[in-house]
Ligand binder design. Structure first.
Ligand SMILES: Cc1cc2nc3c(=O)[nH]c(=O)nc-3n(C[C@H](O)[C@H](O)[C@H](O)COP(=O)(O)OP(=O)(O)OC[C@H]3O[C@@H](n4cnc5c(N)ncnc54)[C@H](O)[C@@H]3O)c2cc1C
Length: 405
């Protein structure tokens, strides 16, 4: 079946879903395809921390009614090291900025529900196969896929947005030699659990421990999310629930404080990688989110970067479709500036808090010195707080993008 649309979007993660909504608000048609089922996308456990700029963006797009009711606003984090737990007060250090804990699963559910409410069940084609993008350097790039009923589609577009994550098809469709990539694999991974137990903390705890990093995060007043640093080749089967809780209790141990335990609802292992590819555009193909860059989750940046990219991309595509090339020409550079800041911050948090296998005692002492500095110097703490809550602020990025018009 041959059809036409203005923007073809590959991937219904946070980037693709939000882009299709932002384009619809501007009266722009899109076709959004996704290889997974709706149920799979809505259940996939990933990020959970939204910068205040991301929250403002979702509010502005009229997507925040559940987020405003259920999101948990946090004014800081705890850093634990050397037997002490110290608070970094974001609000005080940044003039009132904060983050909100609201799971990526909920962001995705809200976005899917909204697209379907606004544009009907066909707004998103789930469970498609044999996806292809072609003729990217022409004014009419083509998107091909087979839908869940087995019908083959060929959609001629004015532009294609590659929002298909790190393992998608869009970035590899760019001819060899166009992209420059930078990549770092870290020698550790995160074992993450979702637990049906109220959080034992009011704000996230990042713990440095001689046996490896641990993070106490949360999803709601009744559900906790906790992580342990493990070897990259570790498998979930080696970690029965009892072993996970015992190790978490050891790494978070502090006199007078108890880690509450509960049923484990989900358990998975995530590798840690930094990856940036540039430029984020080839002809009429625009990459957004994890399709163009990956950060280790320590800085809580992946989801926020994906939302920030499409906040810049939607007006750029709008201008392009009305004959103004300039914002689209500036898209990659505008986004990459923030991507590199987040990449550096995520690397900095990761290397300050994790135990590197084989590292000597001097490395540990350097990490502890950095942690003491961050928790005692206002300038160092402000730098952490600014980056964690989002730097440059998303509002600045969006007004910069508007000035390109
Ligand atoms: C296991 C894991 C844990 C994470 N934990 C955290 C965390 O704790 N904190 C944090 O900030 N970030 C975390 N992240 C990162 C964060 O979740 C991502 O940065 C975010 O999901 C990026 O959104 P996206 O829309 O760009 O990509 P994705 O969410 O990956 O969405 C891409 C979509 O494209 C689809 N797709 C792929 N190929 C095709 C194709 N050929 N055709 C059609 N569709 C396709 C995929 O199925 C997927 O639905 C985690 C990531 C992973 C993988």
């Amino acid at each position: 079946m041959r059809t036409r649309t203005q923007v073809g979007i590959v991937g219904a993660g946070p980037a693709g879903l939000l882009l299709s909504h932002l384009l619809a608000l501007r009266g722009i048609d899109s076709v959004l395809i996704e290889i997974r089922s709706r149920e799979y996308c809505e259940a996939r456990q990933r990020a959970g921390v939204l910068e205040d700029g991301s929250v403002a963006l979702l509010r502005e797009a009229n997507l925040a009614s559940r987020l405003d009711r259920q999101g948990l606003e946090h004014g800081g984090i705890y850093l634990q090291f050397d037997g002490q737990r110290r608070h970094i007060d974001f609000r005080e250090l940044t003039g009132g900025r904060s983050v909100t804990v609201y799971a990526q699963t909920e962001v995705v559910k809200d976005l899917i529900a909204r697209r379907i409410a606004d544009s009907g069940r066909d707004a998103i084609s789930f469970s498609v196969t044999e996806t292809e993008v072609a003729e990217l350097d022409t004014a009419s790039p083509v998107l091909r896929y087979t839908d869940a009923a087995g019908t083959r589609h060929e959609v001629t577009c004015d532009a294609i947005a590659g929002c298909d994550g790190f393992h998608g098809i869009c970035r590899p469709a760019i001819p060899a030699g166009v992209l420059t990539t930078w990549e770092r694999d870290y020698p550790y991974a995160w074992l993450g659990i979702l637990a049906d137990v109220p959080p034992s903390t009011d704000e996230l705890i990042y713990a440095h421990h001689c046996d490896g990093f641990a993070l106490h995060s949360l999803r709601s007043p009744t559900v906790s999310r906790l992580y342990l640093q493990v070897d990259p080749d570790e498998v979930v089967a080696n970690w029965p629930d009892e072993r996970v809780w015992a190790e978490l209790s050891r790494r978070f141990e502090l006199p007078g404080w108890t880690l509450e335990r509960g049923p484990v609802l989900d358990k998975s292992i995530t590798p840690m990688r930094s990856f940036v590819s540039a430029p984020m555009r080839y002809g009429r193909l625009f990459l957004a989110g994890d399709a163009a860059h990956i950060v280790p989750p320590t800085g809580a940046k992946g989801l926020n970067l994906a939302l920030a990219d499409v906040a810049v991309l939607a007006p750029a595509l709008d201008a392009l479709l009305h004959g103004d090339e300039q914002p689209a020409a500036g898209y990659s550079a505008t986004c990459l500036d923030r991507v590199w800041r987040s990449t550096h911050f995520s690397w900095w948090m990761t290397t300050m808090l994790h135990r590197t296998p084989g590292a000597d005692e001097m490395t540990t002492q350097l990490q502890l010195s950095q942690l003491r500095y961050v928790t005692s110097s206002r300038a160092a703490a402000t730098s952490l707080a600014e980056n964690y809550t989002g730097w440059p602020p998303l509002s600045r990025l969006r007004s910069h993008a508007d000035q390109d018009r």
